[in-house]
Design a protein around this ligand. Structure first.
Ligand code: ARG
Length: 283
């Protein structure tokens, strides 16, 4: 009897989930046109040439033996994401201390039980094993990732980090493992960019805006730099900048929420998280 009741409860629950999926309409929409060309890499301390060599060696190995593709498939394809567990930091042990900033799916996520997953963190787990070290994950605000590696608090930054000239001043990047772009995300009912075919089309519309137009982004990211521009900075990435007002949030998903609540008009963020966060919101 108990079993039947619980089976009925499961069926009822599934029905509720299915109905709610069908009835909720999309809230956000990704304009699938690359606005920038960026390369992700891991970063280590300037003096840490030994770790840098090992990281590049490991990256080459997993790119070659199919491990990297398999990890990506866990998030973009049919694979199942693996759980990544962090040990407690203990300076008496031989550990690899990784700086990351979760909430950037599919590269770094954490669930309510402190279990990590994501492309970067699955690579982190494999790298720690390759180095015969225990993995320690330090989850922090994105802006702290590079500084924590620069100051030696962490051994390596693994956070969907774009190689930029300014960051290269203070840390050393590994070989690049992933190509990414900034993209524009708009409310689902916004048709302004529907006819756009190229980045120039999107930028022409954005350039016709004024400071009244608010664009949300994650604090300290290349998305933030894209909005304000850095073409005049000799250390800059070369972004021209937009006439809109930049609105920074601690996490990418918070910028999406702000857009749904009407606090910002658009969001600019890296393409893979743009798609992953939009998918989760629109479900
Ligand atoms: N690629 C962008 C940058 O390097 C965004 C990275 C955000 N990463 C994160 N884990 N939140 O600035």
């Amino acid at each position: 009897m108990k079993k039947i009741v619980s089976i009925l409860a499961v069926i009822a629950m599934l029905a509720v989930i299915c109905c709610s999926c069908g009835s909720t309409s999309a809230k956000v929409k990704v304009i699938d046109i690359p606005l920038s060309e960026e390369s992700y890499a891991f970063c280590v301390g300037k003096a840490d040439t030994e770790l840098l060599g090992k990281v590049n060696e490991y990256l080459a190995k997993i790119k070659q033996d199919g491990t990297f593709d398999k990890i990506c498939d866990n998030y973009f394809g049919n694979g199942t994401p693996a759980d990544v567990i962090s040990a407690a930091e203990d300076s008496s042990k031989d550990q690899l201390v990784v700086a990351t900033s979760t909430g950037f799916e599919p590269f770094e996520m954490v669930d309510g039980n402190g279990v990590y997953s994501g492309i970067d963190l699955e690579i982190a787990a494999g790298l720690a094993k390759y180095l015969n070290k225990e993995l320690v994950i330090k989850d922090m605000q994105f802006e702290a990732v590079v500084t924590s590696v620069e100051s030696g608090l962490c051994d390596i930054g693994m956070a969907g980090l774009t190689i930029t000239p300014a960051r290269q001043e203070v840390v050393t990047f590994s070989d690049s493992y992933y190509s990414a772009n900034q993209v524009l995300v708009v409310p689902a009912d916004n048709a302004e960019f529907d006819a756009c075919k190229t980045a120039d089309d999107v930028v022409a519309i954005l350039n016709a805006k004024t400071a009244d137009c608010k664009i949300g982004c994650q604090r300290g990211t290349t998305g933030a730099t894209y909005i304000v521009g850095d073409a005049e900075d000799p250390d800059g990435y070369g972004f021209a900048g937009l006439p809109a007002t930049k609105m920074e949030y601690d996490y990418a998903a918070l910028a999406f929420t702000a857009m749904i609540n009407g606090e910002v008009d658009y969001v600019i963020v890296d393409d893979a998280p743009a798609n992953a966060i939009s998918k989760a919101i629109n479900q």
